[in-house]
Design a protein around this ligand. Structure first.
Ligand code: GDP
Length: 296
């Protein structure tokens, strides 16, 4: 199932339940089973789905609900709340603090929007009074440094990279030393992203992470990635200690159901979403509006 269908399927299951003349145990179970199936097929962790179903059944005890209660609304609200809980990994992510160099490392597949998102993130914090700087440790993709340079120049953010050096660890270290010396307090490193999960990519990422010792590793994920979301997010988490997720291209057709999987796989919260190609098309993530959108 394409993840973008997830929200639609959940909405339809709720609608079908609403259409039933009487909402009894059987109708509720059918509705919850369909929602669970949709989540399973979207690669949401088995345990999370089980918990969700159990929690809803606990809240919506049909026998206890007095005749006057609006069962439909109570069930819909319970589903909404549970989806919010699924997006909440129960811990907050590291947030940059003033007065010290905050080191942030970006990881993700090629094309996910990583380089664009690095600049958006830097720009966001620049507006809050931070002094950001960008390092391009992507020595794999031709043009990666130029792209970062272009974005950074537009935002008037200093950058560091090399056209000739092939060792990303060396670039990362040099950039880090320089920007620390120059008192930048938000040092952001863009790493190589490749087409698929390659051992070499993960090893390189791990080495950059060891060299940088980042305060936060952000996993950037394209919202339209579909079924692969869970596995990919998990693969990244297994190599470096991902602490937050940014979901990009939320302005496209995808409704962003993959975020549920990414949160489950990385046990990290979504902190921002990308909503366009421009620098300021970037929003702090809020669970409730997101779930509303997911459900259409
Ligand atoms: P990278 O390979 O992961 O570094 O990805 P890039 O930053 O080069 O982005 C790939 C493409 O996605 C570019 O054309 C970006 O302009 C575009 N892009 C990035 N974020 C967004 C977003 O939030 N919305 C849209 N519509 N496009 C985006």
């Amino acid at each position: 199932m394409v993840l973008a269908e997830l929200g639609g399927r959940i909405s339809r299951a709720l609608q079908q339940m609403s259409n039933a003349t009487v909402i009894d145990e059987k109708v509720l179970t059918e509705c919850l089973n369909e929602i669970s199936r949709a989540l399973f097929q979207a690669d949401v962790q088995f345990k999370m789905v089980q918990n969700m179903q159990a929690n809803i059944k606990k809240i919506v005890n049909l026998e206890d609900l007095a005749a006057g209660h609006n069962k439909r609304r109570i069930i819909q609200q319970a589903v909404f709340n549970e989806l919010c809980n699924m997006l909440d990994p129960g811990k907050t992510s590291y947030t940059p603090k003033k007065g010290k160099p905050n080191i942030i490392m970006f990881v993700g597949l090629q094309g996910s929007g990583k380089t664009t998102t690095c600049t958006k993130y830097a720009y966001h914090y620049q507006k809050k009074g931070f002094k950001p700087a960008l390092i391009c440790a992507d020595t794999f993709r031709a043009g990666a440094f130029d792209q970062l340079k272009q974005n950074a120049t537009k935002a008037k953010i200093p950058f560091y990279g090399s056209y000739t050096e092939t060792d990303p660890v060396k670039i990362a270290q040099e950039g880090l030393e320089r920007f620390k010396r120059e008192n930048y307090d938000l040092i952001i490193v863009d790493t190589s992203g490749r087409h698929k999960q390659e051992t070499a990519l993960f090893e390189e990422m791990r080495q950059v992470s060891v060299a940088m010792n980042p305060d936060l590793v952000i996993f950037v994920m394209d919202s339209s990635i579909g079924q692969a979301a869970f596995d990919q997010a998990q693969a990244f988490k297994q190599s470096v200690s991902v602490g937050a997720v940014i979901v990009t291209k939320m302005d496209g057709h995808a409704k962003g159901g993959g975020a549920l999987s990414a949160v489950a796989a990385t046990k990290s919260p979504v902190i921002f979403i990308g909503t366009g190609e421009h620098m300021d098309e970037f929003e702090a993530f809020e669970t409730k509006p997101f779930v509303s959108r997911l459900l259409g």
